[in-house]
Design a protein around this ligand. Structure first.
Ligand code: MSP
Length: 506
């Protein structure tokens, strides 16, 4: 399989990181870890989107110079990467020189190719979404105008450069047709196609009424529209304009994971900009749904923003990682409720997975001088064989972003294992048939390792704890799925004293 390049959106720095940001980043982290575990080279990019009217306004409101302001807030997002144990390979800021060079170069290429022209813009604009809004998308309420996301609009009238988006309408439609999995999920693809079919107008791509942005080359009155600037980050980080750069050659085109609110920018504008510049469009746009908090839209004004720090303090990082991707199919909206988290943690992580490990490994630790012998027969164990045989199906789930199905499937095996333990009751066998007891315990131990390997992209820290319980497996990197085979070269395990993996939530 080809190298993989996964990106998160770059986050606006007008705000503190919240659960929505964490969700996108975690999804990409899981994907990166999963492909690395399969031995497939993968690159993970995240970063911050630091220009535009919204950020400038946030800085002015706080009486700080925009660059100083963005330095501070961008750091919050770097801290979030640490907090979430992200495996990102790079963190890009749009205020960096490498990005400025890249964005200005893309601009020059588009201008040279006559894809950009100077004219005048007059129309409605949403500062919150940094987006121009067409007349037929305007919602009026109490004499004010809003877009479909409920953001208030302001009237903008200024000289502006335009990108010939209209010219790309048919080429985009052809591209979607030829690349049927360009937009995931399908429902979102249909929305995009409908929108493009309804007619694309040329897009205003520069602004003159504020200063906080990357300058348009050769016209100091203009700055580049923040979305053209921001989208370019995905190639700046790979070394563009140097299309011969190692990273660019190795990883472009990439897969962009985004929230459903920003799909239009990624699935329409971005491929059009790239095609217009004679560059490859992205490989795929994967859109996820939105989280609500106990049934309510998450918003600052409602005061119900979920802070990832607090969440992780209360429930633990890996439990949250598990919950977010088990609870809701990736493309759907989901509701964040304390009861739902509690049920998942107690029912699945503590009672099922954690308990299996605790009771089996403690038993080995106490009764078999920490030692478990392995024979060929253990590798023939029914449930282990079933797990191994479902590998292709499991991989397909992740390839299709069905994280919930993947986890569900693994937990069905966990049920089988717990039932097997109940049925064979190794503690009773201790007196009646010690050889059989050893066989049963070795069978289950191998399965625990196997399932833990597959869970590791979702719960890397907990997986490491589990791997560490097998004292003499240190030299085998069990995060790589194929290394399971290497266990065969050992003929026994030594078990360290297990501690409960998950604490139940009251
Ligand atoms: N800066 C742009 C992206 C530019 S990419 C070239 C942006 N930034 S953002 O900070 O506003 O949003 C980043 C991501 O957070 C988006 O994918 C958005 O969908 C996601 N979320 C914000 N709130 C969310 C929820 N309540 N639930 C799930 N994700 C949400 O847009």
């Amino acid at each position: 399989m080809q190298n993989k390049y996964f990106t998160t959106p770059i986050y606006y720095v007008n705000d503190k990181p919240h659960i929505g940001h964490a969700y996108t980043s975690l999804a990409v982290d899981i994907l990166k870890r999963f492909y690395i575990s399969r031995g497939i080279d993968s690159f993970f990019l995240t970063g911050t989107d630091e220009h535009g009217q919204k950020v400038e306004k946030a800085a002015i409101d706080q009486g700080i110079d925009p660059l100083k302001f963005t330095n501070g807030v961008s750091q919050n997002f770097r801290d979030l990467s640490d907090l979430l144990n992200l495996s990102n390979d790079d963190f890009i800021r749009t205020t960096e020189e490498r990005h400025k060079i890249s964005a200005q170069n893309l601009w020059k290429v588009l201008l040279e190719k006559d894809e950009i022209y100077l004219s005048k813009y007059s129309g409605w604009y949403s500062v919150r979404d940094e987006a121009f809004v067409a007349e037929n998308e305007i919602v009026e309420k109490d004499g004010k105008k809003y877009n479909g996301f409920g953001s208030e609009l302001s009237w903008v009238e200024e000289e502006s450069y335009f990108f010939r988006l209209s010219k790309w309408q048919d080429k985009l439609l052809k591209f979607y047709k030829e690349n049927t999995d360009f937009i995931v999920p399908k429902s979102r693809a249909n929305e995009v196609i409908k929108f493009v079919e309804s007619g694309l107008k040329d897009l205003s791509v520069s602004r003159t009424t504020f200063k906080w942005g990357i300058g348009v080359p050769n016209n100091k009155n203009h700055i580049i529209y923040v979305w053209l600037d921001a989208l370019t980050n995905y190639i700046s980080a790979l070394g563009y304009p140097e299309t011969e750069a190692d990273l660019y050659k190795k990883y472009w085109p990439g897969i962009h994971v985004v929230g459903k609110d920003i799909i239009r920018f990624h699935a329409i504008f971005w491929p059009a900009f790239l095609m217009a510049a004679d560059l490859s469009p992205p490989k795929q746009i994967v859109a996820h749904g939105w989280w609500t908090n106990e049934g309510q839209k998450i918003s600052k004004s409602l005061g119900n923003v979920i802070d990832p720090n607090e969440l992780i303090n209360v429930y633990g990082l890996d439990s949250i990682r598990y919950f977010l991707f088990r609870e809701v199919p990736f493309g759907n909206d989901g509701d964040f409720s304390k009861l739902a988290i509690k049920n998942r943690i107690n029912g699945e992580l503590a009672n099922n997975y954690g308990n299996l490990i605790q009771r089996i490994l403690s038993f080995i630790y106490k009764n078999l001088e920490q030692n478990i012998e392995l024979t060929e027969e253990n590798y023939d164990f029914d449930i282990l064989k079933q797990i191994n045989e479902s590998e292709a199906e499991l991989f397909k789930f992740i390839e299709n972003y069905k994280f919930d199905e993947y986890l569900k499937k693994l937990f069905l095996f966990m049920n089988d294992l717990n039932n097997y333990v109940d049925k064979t009751a190794p503690w009773a066998l201790k007196k009646t048939d010690p050889e059989e007891m050893k066989r049963v315990l070795a069978n289950i131990s191998l399965c625990i390792i196997r399932v833990t390997q597959y869970l590791s992209p979702f719960m890397p820290l907990k997986s490491k704890e589990v791997f560490k319980l097998f004292d003499n497996l240190d030299d085998i990197d069990l995060f790589h799925f194929d290394n399971f085979e290497k266990i065969k070269s050992l003929n026994h395990f030594k078990i360290n004293k297990p501690e409960p993996l998950f604490t139940k939530i009251e």
